[in-house]
Design a protein around this ligand. Structure first.
Ligand SMILES: *Cc1c(COP(=O)(O)O)cnc(C)c1O
Length: 442
């Protein structure tokens, strides 16, 4: 490391808030410095990452106790079930909203939100093309049309300017996906939604515990959706939650998640909906898991922030871009390569990182959602798409283009972040990225 680098790093560190952080960054600087000029592991050199932390069990005594309490009950049905009530109480500490419905998945939560928002035949819903397909399944089932907008180059979230360009008289909602747990630019999206009278739905499935300008994720938009699927920050195997503070939508969530019937005031089935209920055993595990959430997300935020601090000055690297006043919870970390800055392609870069012992992966999902065969064929319902056949949309997914979303998937690298990882491990990963980037720099 040359003098100039270490000075700028020291200045950078001086801006950081905790002493601990400063010490860690300095250690990374040493590691980076010592690995500079050394041979890449892929060429027979020493590995930058020496030890991979062992994964930890994600459940134990708290979950066991909750399940035992549940077994004292004579009903495992969700309605007024003590486990469901406990889960909702704890969920409200994370996302303080008045109306909450537990459900069977994040996909179910989003479908329930879309239905409660009154989205139907031919309506357009603008969202991200790089997300779990569950973001748009409910949109399509309501016979509405997903319209994909492009993403910010470093945030990997909706670019509000491109969202604005795609608003038409048919647009009814925006689904803001907080990808990887990095909050979307919600203030701008909310202003846009209000100006055009659109419902703003937040897909918080990867963003448990995230905060935007100090506010809990899920509380800026009109409806919030969370997943408890196995890969998320907290889980009961499969499950979800949908919530709202809005009097227009909140009171409808229960019936749209439960066959169209209102259990508070029975009046028969005045709405049509499917069964997305969550049972008490799932609620018991999820309620117990929520007691672990703050620790999990504090750690993941810390590790992701540390990685950014230690790769920010690597040549040709675009680190994960997080607003300085936001709390990103890193479901994973994602950085991009500037292709022109390197003498190698992404696959060679990834291969070199793997050889260094950093367990990274190229890209995220294979292609943006509109590139998937079911979209390219417009074949959502037994191979057909009624909305298009009826002439209610001119959408042609074979002509859809989101350049940044596409390049994100071909130029980006995903770094797993888990709460059991140590800061030293992340510093080693940062050193590996620095070493490989410097080696291949054009
Ligand atoms: C996981 C996920 C979903 C779907 O959640 P499931 O519980 O798997 O149905 C939706 N959106 C995003 C961003 C997700 O990560």
């Amino acid at each position: 490391m040359n003098q100039e680098d270490s000075v700028s790093r020291r200045q950078f560190v001086a801006g950081a808030s905790s002493l601990l952080l400063a010490g860690a960054a300095a250690r990374a600087a040493e590691k980076t410095g010592s690995s500079q000029g050394s041979q890449l592991a892929v060429h027979g050199g020493e590995k930058a990452v020496k030890r991979v932390p062992a994964s930890q069990r994600r459940w134990g005594e708290v979950e066991r106790k909750q399940l035992e309490a549940m077994l004292q009950q004579n009903s495992l049905f969700y309605w007024q079930g003590p486990q469901t009530e406990l889960l909702i109480e704890r969920f409200r500490e994370v996302c303080p909203v008045e109306y909450v419905q537990t459900c069977s998945s994040g996909t179910a939560a989003i479908h329930t939100a879309v239905a409660a928002a009154g989205i139907g035949l031919g309506d357009e819903v603008i969202t991200s093309p790089v997300t779990d397909i569950g973001t748009v399944i409910g949109v399509l089932y309501q016979q509405a049309v997903p319209v994909f907008a492009d993403l910010g180059k470093g945030t990997h979230n909706l670019d509000p300017a491109d969202v604005a360009r795609r608003i038409t008289p048919k647009t009814k909602a925006i689904i803001a996906v907080h990808l990887t747990g990095n909050p979307c630019d919600l203030d701008v999206l909310k202003t846009l939604a209000d100006r055009h009278k659109l419902v703003l739905i937040e897909d918080c499935c990867q963003a448990w515990g995230a905060k935007t300008r100090g506010r809990p994720i899920g509380t800026v938009g009109d409806i919030a959706c969370f997943s408890l699927q196995n890969s998320k920050h907290v889980t009961c195997g499969d499950g979800g939650l949908v919530g709202s503070n809005d009097e227009r939508f909140g009171p409808l969530l229960q019936k749209f998640g439960d066959k169209g019937g209102n259990r508070r005031k029975w009046g028969g089935f005045d709405a049509f909906a499917t069964n997305y209920r969550m049972s008490e055993p799932q609620a018991a595990v999820a309620a117990a898991q929520l007691t672990r959430l703050e620790e999990i997300v504090t750690k993941r935020n810390r590790l992701g922030t540390l990685l950014t601090e230690n790769i920010a000055d690597a040549p040709g690297i675009i680190p994960h871009e997080v607003h300085p006043e936001d709390r990103a919870v890193y479901w994973f970390y994602f950085f991009r390569l500037r292709p022109e800055a390197f003498r190698c392609g992404r696959s060679e870069f990834v291969k070199a990182l793997l050889a260094e012992g950093a367990g990274v992966r190229g890209g995220y999902i294979g292609v943006p959602l509109y590139g998937e065969p079911v979209f390219q064929n417009h074949g959502f319902f037994a191979g057909r798409w009624p909305v298009k056949e009826m002439g209610l949309t001119t959408m042609d997914f074979t002509k859809h283009k989101c350049p940044n979303a596409e390049s994100m998937l071909t130029e980006g690298i995903r770094v797993p972040i888990y709460e059991y990882m140590t800061e030293d491990y992340i510093l080693d990963v940062a050193a590996a990225i620095q070493k490989v980037a410097r080696h291949y720099a054009a």
